[in-house]
Design a protein around this ligand. Structure first.
Ligand code: HEC
Ligand code: HEC
Length: 321
């Protein structure tokens, strides 16, 4: 908030409080010239208005809320930019990166600022940390059979992963399905853990410049033919003759990085499972402009123990029960 708006808010808030206080005080006195409990002299449909003062209990309650509001405004942030005498804040605001966040937590601790979110995180770590630690000692394959571990894993998944991979983990356009055996980076425990810890950045270049308009059409035809789709045979042949430029990542047979033990995350183009859609238009778009999916790294966000548990959960999703 700029200082103009800060002052604006402060003036409005205090003026409002002063007004209400004045109104309350004014109401405590009898200015009407009519005795208490006597008629004010008007009558509506047989109902007469008497001059009754505010009930005492109500007046005291009003004073109490008033005192509370002053105390609250002094202690907690809320009056413009004023941060409050308690130094309380709900979270570290204005933070845009993990580094900034870590620094902000340290700074807050040092200055004795009472950041509620950090406190709650710390308390949760103290309480649940040992549970995660104990699970982290166990092998992923064992955890994948442990229903308690999977239940916790599922909750971690719902909180951190579902927004991209879906609550049923079946993914969506651009977000891989985690319940099938079609992997970009491999589905054994070590590979999954590596994906979760350090994230993945896919880099499929665009080929428009290299292939030209006709070339993109032909290559698309060939790619579609790999999964048995009916395409123009001549186009597909022409595409095939240039597929060597794709082989470094997708393999000469188009079966993808995992099949060839490569680290690029290039999908299998022969299985009719599409990360970005399998319509001619979608595939053409992939070939023309390239694709660059990003899976965030979780090591610093969740810590290794939780990632270990999540690895077991993700691994379990694609195993036949
Ligand atoms: C911001 C969106 C986003 C979030 C949140 C996210 N992911 Fe991902 N994830 C992706 C994308 C995009 C990819 C595919 C990267 C690529 O295109 O190569 C991916 C890839 C993966 C893969 C590799 C799949 C394969 O076929 O090899 C796994 C496993 C995975 N995510 C698990 C998780 C888990 C577990 C979480 C929660 C801790 C999570 N993801 C959170 C976007 C996300
Ligand atoms: C540098 C490695 C690399 C090269 C070379 C490469 N690709 Fe890819 N390709 C990828 C990666 C990685 C992805 C996945 C992108 C993502 O997950 O965001 C991908 C995705 C695709 C997709 C989308 C698949 C889907 O499931 O939606 C198609 C189609 C494709 N590539 C075709 C090609 C063709 C055709 C060529 C050659 C002209 C080629 N690629 C060359 C790495 C490569």
């Amino acid at each position: 908030m700029t200082s103009f708006w800060s002052i604006w808010v402060i003036v409005l808030t205090l003026a409002c409080l002063a007004l209400i206080f004045g109104l309350l005080i004014w109401n405590l006195k009898n200015y009407t010239g009519v005795e208490e409990g006597e008629s004010c002299g008007h009558e509506f449909d047989g109902i007469e208005e008497l001059n009754n003062p505010l009930p005492k209990w109500w007046t005291y309650m009003f004073f109490a809320t008033f005192v509370w509001s002053v105390y609250y405004l002094a202690m907690y942030p809320g009056l413009g930019n004023f941060v409050g005498l308690l130094g309380w804040t709900s979270s570290n605001q204005g933070v845009t990166s993990l580094e900034e966040s870590k620094q902000a937590v340290l700074d807050a601790k040092e200055s004795g600022l009472w950041v509620q979110l950090d406190k709650e995180f710390e308390a949760a770590d103290e309480r649940f940390g040992p549970i995660f630690k104990a699970f982290a000692q166990q092998d992923v394959l064992a955890l994948a059979e442990n229903s308690e571990a999977l239940e916790i894993g599922q909750r971690l998944y719902a909180q951190n992963c579902a927004q991209c991979h879906g609550s049923d983990a079946r993914g969506g356009l651009g977000f891989p399905n985690l319940t099938d055996k079609d992997w970009l980076y491999g589905g054994n425990p070590d590979q999954i853990k590596e994906t979760l810890l350090h994230g993945r950045v896919a880099a499929m270049p665009g080929w428009e410049a290299a292939l030209g308009e006709q070339g993109v059409k032909e290559m698309t035809a060939f790619v579609l033919s790999l999964s048995g789709r009916k395409v123009n045979q001549k186009d597909a042949e022409a595409g095939k003759s240039k597929f060597a430029m794709c082989a470094a990542c997708h393999g000469m047979d188009g079966k993808g990085s995992v099949a060839h033990n490569l680290p690029f995350g290039a999908p299998d183009l022969t299985d009719n499972i599409w990360l970005y859609g399998g319509s001619q238009r979608a595939v053409e778009e992939s070939v023309r402009h390239g694709r660059a999916g990003v899976m965030p790294a979780w090591k610093d966000i969740l810590g290794e123990d939780k990632v270990h548990l999540l690895t077991a959960y993700v691994y379990s999703l694609s195993q036949d029960k």
